[in-house]
Design a binder for this molecule. Structure first.
Ligand code: WTA
Length: 630
């Protein structure tokens, strides 16, 4: 699409208005009409979406809501892989690229839908030959290679419940997850590759298995040359696949059978096994992949998340494949061999939809425009963001430097628990930097106080979801009480744990986790607001704010700041930053201390872990930090 001259800047009210052609061509052309039709008949709305997919048996009821438990597509039978694979073979996409993989050295592997289906069927038969049955829990701990996705889909094919553990986790975190899920089989690879270095995945598995005696076998994808030798209880991935027949009839799954478990960190430290089911998750991810990213047959979608996170489950694997998209995956890191690595991939492969995290965007801002400038990013049509608030400065940079001032940005708010995107600005709708947008048609969200009463527009409160949705978590594995907490903390609402502000226009700004709230002199201050103000300064790349106990004010704000390359800290800069926060947030939010640092503690999915900064500051134990990058 050629850029149109009027989309490069915001209108006087601060909205960016995308080229009208986006709306004309979108699957979901009229947000308000779609939202109203949802409110008029919620079940009919979701029934319409579900009707686009293939089922063995239709539902007796769309949703049975027995607070706080929901069942969706009650009585229906389906298999998600039929919708991700078989449906496309029959529907003219057999020779279309399903998966395109790029390695660190630029090498490529391409799977058409037919090839992917064959690989999945073979591997599924391989799993069966090892005795794997419907309902068994399988742990997948692999690098980002096509086989990781083949393994996930093969489990789904035969009704085994996968629990994917991000390949960057260490042995203790892996062991905890294997034990909690009672997994009997682990699928791994000998090595992963990261920044030219070899990660010995199999060694990490071996270590984890010492504390997980329930695991009977390990399947190993052997990549290294010469191949590592295997013990009698270890099985070679490739041989298993070769031996498996090319046709594995899909298991007929009840809509409410579990599809997968995915662990997410809880505020108390112990990971929670979030359980998603076959029918509702399939409908929710298909619908959101298709309408939020507006996937068309010509698109190549690159979601930079690893399938080890929910973003990868929903928008690398299940959603886009159900929508028949071509999906790019890569084992590369954004700054290796240089900070242009990802832009080179966009150019070389012709990526049209690019979905990444604010932390990556801010890192690219820090490297400077000289990197993206070297590449032709003209293939890009839609940009996405997820994982943290996309602060206005990062929005602007993303919009202008990467999107050339003409690609809509979908800032998508959702969680491991929600399974699917819940709040965003649908393609074609005016975008408001700093605001994720409105609940998508099909979702009801609100900003409320502790009692569940709506707070007035412009005031911060708790972000909640006020009714069930198909891709919602059904329970926390073996800990239903933790599931019920989500719905009982604030009456009749699903508590997201995030703080937010909703404006008159319905747009929602997510301020950050509730536990990241700092109360200074009785005023609630979201860490994200302070951080957003700090990164608005041209010298600042990243910032994190914490509360420090203060005998008079309750707390004071302390900020940790990473500067853009070439900038040096001094007193004057500190004063400027304080003035900026005073101006942009409020005088009570002004950090009384600013410390300049080179790195911030983050989870492997890129979220700043303020509790570690706080613990360091106060000289106390930061608790479980097994999942941190630094
Ligand atoms: C945060 C990731 C602001 C939020 C899909 C949420 C966001 C948590 C956004 C879930 C966004 C995610 N704007 N904050 N667009 N997207 N978050 O489970 O705090 O890894 O509760 O799921 O990330 O993280 P999770």
């Amino acid at each position: 699409m050629e850029p149109s001259p009027d989309t490069g800047s915001a209108d006087p009210a601060g909205y960016y208005r995308p080229d009208p052609r986006y709306r004309q061509e979108a699957w979901l052309k009229d947000y308000s009409a779609a939202y109203e039709s949802f409110l008029a008949d919620r079940e009919a709305f979701w029934e319409g979406v579900a009707g686009e997919l293939d089922w063995y048996a239709r539902w007796d009821a769309v949703c049975k809501w027995d607070y706080p438990n929901a069942r969706w597509f009650v009585g229906a039978k389906a298999n998600i892989t039929v919708n991700c694979l078989d449906r496309h073979l029959a529907g003219g996409r057999a020779d279309k690229t399903a998966l395109l993989w790029r390695g660190e050295g630029g090498e490529e592997r391409r799977f058409t839908y037919r090839e992917l289906a064959t690989a999945v069927n073979r591997f599924a038969n391989g799993l069966k030959s090892l005795g794997v049955q419907k309902g068994d829990r399988i742990c997948i701990y692999m690098p980002l290679v096509p086989e990781q996705i083949v393994a996930m889909l093969a489990c789904a094919r035969i009704g085994a419940v996968h629990s994917v553990v991000f390949g960057g986790f260490g042995s203790a975190a892996l062991g905890t997850r294997i034990r909690d899920a009672d997994a009997t089989l682990v699928i791994t690879a000998d090595i992963g590759l990261r920044r030219g270095k070899v990660i010995p995945l199999k060694e990490i598995v071996d270590e984890a298995l010492q504390s997980a005696p329930g695991v009977e076998r390990t399947i190993v994808l052997r990549r290294a040359d010469p191949p590592m030798s295997l013990s009698p209880r270890e099985v070679d991935f490739g041989s298993l696949m070769e031996a498996g027949g090319a046709d594995c009839p899909p298991e007929v799954m009840d809509a409410e059978d579990p599809l997968f478990i995915l662990y997410t960190s809880g505020t108390t430290g112990a990971p929670k096994g979030i359980v998603h089911t076959c029918g509702g998750y399939m409908v929710g991810t298909y619908y959101t992949a298709k309408t939020v990213f507006d996937i068309k047959d010509r698109d190549l979608l690159w979601c930079t998340a690893d399938p080890g996170w929910i973003t990868g489950h929903s928008y690398v694997v299940y959603g886009p494949l159900a929508a028949g998209a071509s999906v790019l995956i890569t084992e590369t890191t954004p700054d290796y061999p240089d900070p242009g690595a990802w832009w080179k991939i966009v150019q070389d492969c012709g990526v049209t939809i690019f979905y990444t995290a604010p932390t990556a965007i801010r890192m690219f801002m820090r490297f400077g425009e000289k990197w993206p400038e070297q590449y032709d990013l003209g293939s890009l049509r839609i940009l996405g963001s997820v994982g943290e608030p996309l602060n206005p400065e990062a929005f602007e940079w993303y919009y202008h430097v990467i999107g050339g001032g003409c690609c809509p940005i979908v800032d998508t708010w959702w969680q491991t628990e929600t399974g699917m995107i819940m709040i965003t600005t649908m393609i074609g709708e005016p975008m408001r930097p700093g605001y994720a947008g409105r609940p998508i048609p099909g979702v009801e969200a609100a900003v409320v106080d502790r009692e569940g009463r709506p707070v007035p527009p412009g005031k911060s409160g708790f972000l909640v979801i006020t009714g069930p949705w198909p891709a919602m978590l059904r329970t926390v594995y073996r800990n239903d009480e933790r599931y019920r907490e989500y719905w009982h903390t604030i009456p009749d609402c699903y508590t997201t744990g995030d703080l937010a502000v909703q404006e008159e226009d319905g747009y929602i700004m997510v301020l950050g986790r509730g536990d990241d709230l700092i109360i200074v002199s009785g005023h609630n201050i979201g860490t994200a607001e302070v951080e957003s103000a700090l990164v608005a300064h041209e010298a600042v790349a990243e910032a994190a704010a914490i509360g420090k106990p203060d005998p008079i004010r309750g707390n004071t704000v302390k900020a940790f700041v990473i500067l853009i390359e070439g900038q040096t800290p001094d007193e004057r800069l500190t004063r400027d930053l304080q003035a900026l926060v005073r101006r942009m947030v409020s005088p009570v939010a002004v950090p009384s201390e600013i410390e300049y640092v080179d790195a911030l503690p983050k989870t492997r999915s890129g979220k700043i872990v303020r509790r570690v900064l706080k613990a360091r500051e106060l000289g106390i134990d930061p608790g479980d930090i097994s999942t941190l990058e630094v």
